[in-house]
Write a protein that binds this ligand. Structure first.
Ligand code: TNX
Length: 752
């Protein structure tokens, strides 16, 4: 324990705060303090005992370190200078295990009316610890920084006292007013506690907005009292629910929804952490869930549902139906009353306008209003819904496609996900613009080629996020003036087929990309330097460990030279290796002498974090022997079986599979391999699959042997006993909630 060199008599007169510090003799220290008076404030300063300032993320604008440190005792208190700051004081007190007080205390949280926006300052020194902001948000930002100045145990409630803080002065303010994150709780259900736990992580990274994607094709997640069936039925899919299962969890009724009371608790929890919750009701597309419960919202024509065994897969609200606007009025009235945010997001992305083209009523509305394009009809729909939202005192927010068909209300906020071009267009058109191009900020994208995730926008790790800047991608200063901020997001199609009951996959995809996002949403791009930032990230890993985050480490470096295989990391993680075919995890301690390096693969771990698998390139090599696809179902003209036979692309059947339908891969020559993956469904996404089924192999092309049940549409056959001539996948379920089955080429890893 640090020994106090000096115990200062800290007499503080805080006239402006009208708080009088109560002086009292601390019996414990009275001997040491001799005739000096020690405050009940319970801190001591140590002018010669400096404490290093830890790596801070995001980096504050100004950090001035001073000699010495400030030692806080367990009996210290957290004082708040205004009643409105009590929630912030409680938040900090909770982390520190201290009591709050409305008196002058060792740690003081106060307002300074001269400070603007989200500015804050921290000063630590002879007068204790002061966190000062011009408003709650500013002050809370200061608290977030203060947590980073404290030992990492502050994040898991195991702090031990006394604690020493570095004497310093910090001044800070964010570049972007809007620092957002979007969470898709539809494709994967995340309950109230999971959302709150994620809010904690956002708050630690100074993110101030959480947009909850509450409705989509796969779910309706918010209670609407005037239409209780929406959440009661639409919150669950599979089993006996009318909503078709998707992305895994094929056989059970799975999901959940937030009652309005749950949501009020989430909102309050977020508010205390300086986070505004913005709801998204995704309209008029992405509405299969509500359409399954209310088919009357669909366009006025009879869909041909034979390919999907009677399931209507239409996803769009009819734009011409007055009843639809009345229904949306009911829904949005409750949504507007429930949420505190200024904005309500009403969607507008990826509308399948072919439904409007086929609808006689949409067509006649278009003629009547002299609309020439479906973009104009979309504009009509979005404008109508925006008016509903305005009538309840809110502003509308939309996805970028919604601005295509005409001018929306002036205060509409536009979320630009498709790319830089779309983001610039929105800003150039003087919309309040949120920049969130998938290529940089979609944390559902893969972080490297062989890791889980989508790849439609890009494959990227935190370095790409960190190197983003509006200037760097060509925004003009006029455009930048209309940007309110940045948003990162996590769409969750691929989470449901992992283990959504644990946060590991969510964490792996979002951290440390979120850490990089936290900094670029806060500081000027010109101040960013990737190398020094990596050092700060590694220091920040200690905090993430304490928070229990299962983040992604950078892949270990693997080298093979002179008959020796070696692996290394630079982040304090431990290395482990596996040897094919046994693949038993073993701790790596020293270079491995081997003539078959391709049999080895490595991962690293620290805390709950892990790296992707790394190995010499030959380990990952796959082969493409010639094969044919045959099936009990016919193939589509455009996506014929030979597309998959050529490797690389998908094939499609012309309908969903029934019980007993099968697809078979027959190799020209029997294939020897160490592993083979066969799969129905899209490449990364378990959709358009056989929902249940089994896989058989044949070594001679005549007799078949069952090797396992499919999981998420496919199966990995490990260490086949002999060379494989045929593989057959057979469906044991009827339908898949879609109009076809996708067939992938097999992935085959040769023997090593
Ligand atoms: C595009 S982002 C979508 C989502 C998907 C996401 C997957 C947006 C407006 N639409 O529906 O979940 O890609 O990355």
């Amino acid at each position: 324990m640090r020994i106090a060199k000096h115990i200062f008599v800290v007499v503080v007169i805080v006239a402006t705060m009208a708080i009088t510090a109560t002086l009292a003799l601390s019996s414990e220290r009275s001997a040491e303090a001799s005739n000096e008076t020690v405050l009940e404030l319970q801190y001591t300063t140590h002018p010669e005992d400096s404490v290093a300032i830890p790596a801070l993320i995001p980096h504050p604008r100004s950090v001035v370190a001073h000699e010495g440190s400030c030692q806080i005792e367990h009996s210290a208190r957290i004082g708040y200078g205004a009643e409105e700051l009590l929630p912030a004081a409680k938040y900090l007190a909770n982390h520190l295990g201290l009591q709050v007080s409305d008196k002058r205390s060792a740690i003081m949280l106060t307002y300074d009316p001269a400070m603007q926006g989200e500015e804050y300052r921290i000063s630590i020194g002879q007068s204790g610890v002061w966190v000062v902001g011009g408003c709650y948000a500013g002050l809370f930002n200061g608290i977030t920084t203060l947590l980073q100045l404290l030992p990492n145990e502050v994040y898991n409630g195991t702090l031990s006292y006394p604690i020493s803080l570095p004497n310093c002065d910090i001044y800070d303010s964010p570049r972007w007013e809007y620092r957002g994150f979007m969470l898709d709780v539809c494709r994967t259900w995340m309950d109230k506690e999971a959302v709150m736990a994620f809010i904690d992580l956002l708050a630690y990274h100074k993110i101030n907005t959480l947009r909850l994607h509450l409705t989509d094709d796969e779910a309706w997640r918010i209670e609407i009292k005037s239409h209780p069936e929406l959440a009661l039925e639409g919150g669950f899919r599979g089993g006996d629910s009318p909503i078709w299962p998707r992305y895994g969890k094929w056989n059970e009724r799975w999901g959940g929804y937030y009652t309005q009371e749950d949501m009020r608790q989430i909102i309050a929890y977020a508010r205390q952490r300086n986070i505004t919750i913005i709801p998204e009701i995704d309209l008029p597309g992405h509405s299969l869930c509500i359409a399954t419960l209310h088919p009357e919202i669909l366009c006025d024509y009879k869909a041909n549902t034979s390919r999907a065994f009677g399931y209507d897969t239409r996803t769009a609200f009819c734009a011409s139906s007055e009843e639809n606007y009345a229904l949306l009025d009911d829904i949005l009235r409750e949504v507007c009353a429930l949420f505190e945010s200024e904005y309500i997001h009403i969607g507008g992305d990826e509308v399948d306008v072919s439904q409007w083209r086929r609808c006689p009523n949409c067509q006649s509305l278009m003629r009547q209003r002299a609309m020439e394009t479906t973009e104009e009809l979309q504009h009509y729909f979005v404008s109508r819904v925006s008016e509903i939202v305005s009538s309840y005192g809110k502003r509308a927010a939309v996805w970028n496609e919604a601005i295509e068909g005409g001018r929306l209300l002036g205060d509409t906020r536009v979320y630009c996900w498709e790319g830089i071009k779309e983001s610039r267009q929105s800003a150039a058109a003087a919309y309040r613009t949120i920049v969130m191009p998938g290529q940089y900020f979609y944390f559902d994208m893969k972080q490297s080629q062989r890791e889980p995730g989508h790849d439609w926008a890009a494959i990227f790790d935190w370095t790409k996020v960190y190197n983003f800047s509006l200037e760097g991608v060509g925004f003009t200063s006029e455009e930048i003036a209309n940007v309110e901020g940045l948003e990162a997001s996590f769409f969750s199609e691929l989470y449901a087929s992992h283990n959504p009951e644990s946060a590991d996959y969510l964490h792996y995809q979002t951290f440390p990309r979120m850490v990089a996002f936290s900094e670029i949403a806060w500081i000027d791009a010109s101040e960013c330097d990737t190398d020094t930032f990596y050092q700060r990230i590694v220091a920040h890993y200690d905090r993430l460990d304490a928070m229990g985050v299962a983040y992604r480490l950078m892949p270990p470096k693997v080298e093979y030279a002179g008959g020796k295989l070696s692996a290394s990391t630079d982040d304090g993680s431990k290395l482990y290796y596996y040897v094919e075919p046994e693949n038993i995890e073993t701790e790596y301690r020293e270079p491995i002498v081997t003539s078959t390096p391709a049999r080895y693969s490595f991962i690293s771990r620290r805390g709950k974090a892990s790296s992707p698998k790394a190995a010499v390139e030959a380990h990952f090599r796959t082969i493409t022997p010639k094969f044919d696809i045959t099936s009990s179902m016919s193939d589509s003209e455009k996506f014929s079986f030979d597309k998959a036979e050529g490797y690389g692309r998908l094939a499609r059947t012309t309908r969903a599979a029934d019980v007993g339908d099968w697809v078979m891969f027959t190799f020209a020559e029997p294939v020897e391999c160490r592993r083979m993956k066969v799969s129905t469904g899209n490449f990364q996404l378990p959709r358009y699959t056989f929902e249940n089924g089994f896989v058989e192999v044949s070594y001679d092309g005549h007799t078949f042997e069952r090797v396992g049940d499919i999981e998420c549409g496919g199966l990995v056959i490990e260490s086949p006993k002999r060379a494989i001539k045929c593989v057959r996948i057979t469906s044991t379920s009827r339908g898949n909630g879609a109009e076809w089955v996708s067939i992938q080429p097999p992935t085959i890893w040769p023997k090593l």
